[in-house]
Design a protein around this ligand. Structure first.
Ligand code: PRT
Ligand code: ZN
Length: 286
């Protein structure tokens, strides 16, 4: 996984939610996990797909943008694939042009220069659209290229859009919606390794599910039960408990598989619920 950068904090956090604690300091290349027979290799994100492909590592955590780019750029087809999307480090790979540039479709880029750190992804898009344009490869600060007259457009990652805006650019086409992925070469996983990985995957799935899920508790008149069950977001059969000394009212406990918004709580209240509590769930295993 990435040593430091936009992927690393969330990755360490996810591993810690899986009960995996990293023994040594993060500045080292190699970390031993105490709880499972797993060693962590901390590297630059760009090296991760290659390490997994070559068998240096069995698993990797990397942005979909990097995996896609390297697969497209590879001379031989890569066997490395996604085993679990992890849901964080979300961003988009987009084409952007200066705000004043008129852009109708990709054909408008014919004969233009486009700066990017993702030449293979951009090349694939242009080829599919049968547009001939010049790709200017830059390793960083791609967003300044139009201002420096190095290029007429850029193809880069955006998250909030603030960088584009600050550089007078507008996104006109999305190539990829990216997120962090757990990747592996499944053709190489077998025996004890596969068993350890399955254990890790079960924990990862549980940690990811728990992250979104909430435990909801509320009181409601018995008669409001059907209405409340309809409102509870993504909840499987709620638990209904009697309230001591109050035969007309019940307590309802439910696990919601989605985020619970204020709007949902307002709807529950309007349907007759009171004492509504929404609690985070730490771990989950089905
Ligand atoms: O040192 P190393 O090579 O490991 O790190 P790196 O510098 O190559 O990558 P890093 O840490 O910047 O990003 C790692 C991964 O995070 C990327 O490959 C993406 O999968 C993901 N990610 C998510 C992002 C962003 N969001 C993001 N906003 N990567 C980069 N950006 C940059 C973007 O390039 C642009 O310069 O942020 C700027 C835009 O951000 P906004 O919010 O202004 O739109
Ligand atoms: Zn990198």
């Amino acid at each position: 996984m990435q040593r430091s950068g936009r992927l690393s904090d969330a990755s360490f956090e996810l591993l810690s939610k899986c009960g995996l604690h990293i023994a040594r300091s993060r500045t080292e290349l190699f970390c031993r996990v105490q709880e499972l027979p797993i060693d962590l290799l901390l590297v630059r994100d760009d090296d991760i797909p290659g390490f997994v492909e070559e068998g240096v590592c069995d698993l990797g955590i990397v942005g979909e943008n990097v995996l896609q780019e390297q697969k497209r750029a590879a001379k031989r087809p890569m066997q490395t694939d996604t085993v679990l999307p992890l849901g964080y480090a979300r961003c988009k790979l987009v084409l952007a042009v200066p705000e004043q540039t008129v852009f109708r479709d990709l054909a408008d880029l014919a004969g233009r220069k486009i700066a990017t750190s993702y030449p293979a992804s951009l090349g694939a898009l242009l080829a599919a659209a049968k547009v001939q344009a010049e790709i200017v490869v830059m390793t960083g600060s791609v967003e300044v290229a139009p201002r420096l007259h190095i290029a007429d457009a850029i193809c880069d990652l955006v998250q909030t859009g603030a960088t584009l805006e600050a550089n007078g650019l507008k996104a006109v086409h999305t190539l990829l919606e990216s997120q962090a992925l757990l990747i592996a070469r499944q053709d190489r996983l077998s025996g004890a390794k596969a068993a350890t990985i399955e254990r890790l995957m079960q924990r990862l799935r549980g940690a990811l599910k728990a992250g979104e899920s909430k435990y909801i508790m509320l009181h409601a008149p018995r008669s409001a039960l059907p209405a409340i069950a309809r409102i509870l977001p993504g909840a499987e059969t709620p638990t209904v408990l009697p309230l001591e000394g109050n035969p007309d009212k019940v307590a309802i406990h439910a696990v919601s598989r989605e985020s619970v918004f204020w709007e949902t709580m307002e709807q529950l209240k309007a349907a007759g619920a009171s004492a509504i509590l929404v609690l985070p769930i730490e771990k989950m295993m089905d």
